[in-house]
Design a protein around this ligand. Structure first.
Ligand SMILES: Cc1cc2nc3c(=O)[nH]c(=O)nc-3n(C[C@H](O)[C@H](O)[C@H](O)COP(=O)(O)OP(=O)(O)OC[C@H]3O[C@@H](n4cnc5c(N)ncnc54)[C@H](O)[C@@H]3O)c2cc1C
Length: 481
């Protein structure tokens, strides 16, 4: 009989509970990845992210092969094809136990329920592990027995849980008689079809080894200064590990353990490490929100009264935002960073998302989908959480009357315009006030667009729109999603 590890967004051999459990079962172990290109289409997964996953799979196949574990790749179209493909595979290889890392978005939960039904009919045990998070999404409850919906008390309880049960990521299986990894050719063909420029491929090295190296480099050079550097997009102040964490080439547990060890070794790391660990808590927070409120997966806002908001359906302005032509330098530089590199700095994700939802009053779901189509690290829970935070429709979100000024954000977080000039070359000649508000000196940047909306009056308009939504909800109840 065989133990099977079903890989999804956990493409690594280190710190992998499902793999460790399969090896501990003392049966021959195989591994399987089911390609679902139709699901990638339906979930609007960015080509760059698809490339990252396929490339990481190549490395995973080699890493498993030298440990005597064959990784098979099967194309099963989309999630609907998964139960049958797995059942056929299990019969062919006499699988008695299947191990995997749990996933929480709704389509993934439905897929896994269908798989569990089919496998139980075949007498195959399915064991899932909450290994993509530090704290399982249903482990923490408020005093009322409900899921946490406010971050600060969640974070406190989350830390307490981890202090009581420190994560102990398992070691990878030992190397042994190598087996073949037959999938290499098909992966190469699929990668070539995506046509990702070589410069971008070099910018985002895929796979577990590169992710582990990046983590080590960040802990050594970036962690101590994280608290003070992380808000400045021109600085290399954050870890750039989001793609690795969302595809699982790196585990959140490894990140946590390394940050804690650095804190214990070096008191100077303290504040930086603690703030960075807070970001890992945000990641868990949004995953537990997604797991406990599955309605979010069909586009429902967390705050139900905001279903009444009357968003502008302005395709032209939306396109200007997408292309980085809003006339606001920081917003445009950020959108161009996203379009050119597949990644955007966290502060700028907030600035651009607020600009779309507050200044242009365009539906956050349009922005959420656009980000997903571009992001290397596109992650349903974090992206949805970030968008609903910015739009003030989410759990523990920015209050609706809080509107970032794109001018003030630009002056504070890119005062000399180093970041802006990197992505908006039309503004290279500008300095001082004109850099952040080019409309005051239009003759110095003739190719740069005039602002598509005025900042003045935005807060009042947004306040009125939220008030109207609340009034409608009070009179008529909340509409069905
Ligand atoms: C509108 C919006 C959309 C977002 N979309 C995504 C997304 O699709 N995928 C994604 O991974 N993150 C998303 N984020 C969160 C955050 O912007 C990125 O995780 C971060 O910029 C990644 O860079 P880093 O790896 O250098 O982060 P670091 O600052 O080094 O943080 C370490 C890790 O913590 C996690 N993290 C950090 N901030 C957050 C956060 N606010 N919420 C959840 N997890 C966080 C990430 O896994 C990140 O890699 C979004 C935020 C906003 C405001």
């Amino acid at each position: 009989m065989t133990a099977l590890v079903w890989y999804r967004n956990d493409l690594r051999v280190h710190d992998h509970q499902a793999l460790a459990a399969a090896v501990a079962s003392r049966q021959p172990v195989r591994a399987l990845y089911l390609l679902c290109p139709g699901q990638w289409e339906a979930h609007q997964v960015a080509p760059l992210r698809r490339w990252y996953v396929l490339s990481s799979l190549g490395e995973l196949g080699e890493a498993l092969a030298v440990r005597g574990i064959a990784l098979d790749l099967i194309d099963c179209g989309d999630f609907a094809g998964v139960p049958q493909a797995l059942a056929d595979y299990c019969r062919r290889h006499q699988v008695s136990q299947l191990f995997c890392t749990r996933e929480y978005p709704l389509n993934e939960l439905r897929r896994d329920r269908a798989v569990a039904d089919v496998l139980s009919g075949l007498g195959i045990a399915l064991q899932g592990f909450d290994d993509s998070v530090l704290v399982p999404p249903r482990a923490l409850k408020t005093g009322q027995g409900t899921p946490y919906t406010v971050f600060t008390p969640y974070r406190r309880r989350w830390q307490q849980y981890l202090d009581e049960q420190p994560p102990a990521p398992p070691a990878p299986p030992r190397k042994r008689q190598a087996v073949a990894f037959p999938g290499d050719d098909s992966l190469r063909k699929a990668q070539a079809l995506l046509d990702i420029p070589a410069s971008l491929q070099a910018h985002w090295p895929p796979g577990e080894a590169a992710a582990r190296r990046r983590l080590q480099g960040f802990v050594r050079e970036g962690l101590a200064g994280y608290k003070t550097q992380r808000d400045f997009p021109a600085q290399p102040g954050t870890s750039l590990l989001s793609a690795a964490l969302s595809a699982g080439t790196l585990s959140a547990k490894r990140c946590y353990v390394m940050a804690r060890q650095a804190m214990a070794r070096d008191a100077e790391m303290g504040e930086g490490a603690s703030v960075w660990i807070g970001e890992l808590a945000w990641r868990d927070f949004y995953r537990q929100i997604m797991a406990n409120f599955p309605r979010l997966a069909w586009g429902d806002p967390f705050r139900e009264e905001t279903r009444w908001l009357q968003w502008q359906r302005d395709e032209k302005r939306f396109q200007a935002w997408c292309e980085g032509r809003t006339g606001y330098p920081l917003v445009d530089a950020a959108m161009r960073q996203l379009n050119q590199t597949g990644w955007m700095h966290n502060r700028l994700r907030m600035v651009t998302a607020m600009f779309l939802t507050k200044h242009l009053f365009i539906d956050w779901r349009w922005g959420e989908a656009y980000f997903m189509r571009q992001l290397l690290d596109g992650d349903f829970a974090a992206n949805n959480g970030g968008w609903q935070w910015s739009a003030s429709t989410g759990t523990d979100a920015a209050p609706y009357f809080r509107v970032f000024s794109p001018i003030r954000q630009s002056e504070r977080f890119d005062p000399d315009g180093v970041f802006i000039k990197q992505y908006v070359p039309e503004l290279r000649a500008l300095t001082g006030k004109a850099l952040h508000q080019p409309w005051v000196a239009p003759m110095l940047a003739p190719d740069y667009p005039a602002p598509i909306v005025r900042h003045e009056g935005v807060r009042e308009r947004v306040t009125a729109a939220f008030q109207q939504a609340r009034d409608m909800a009070a009179q008529l109840g909340t509409p069905h999603p």
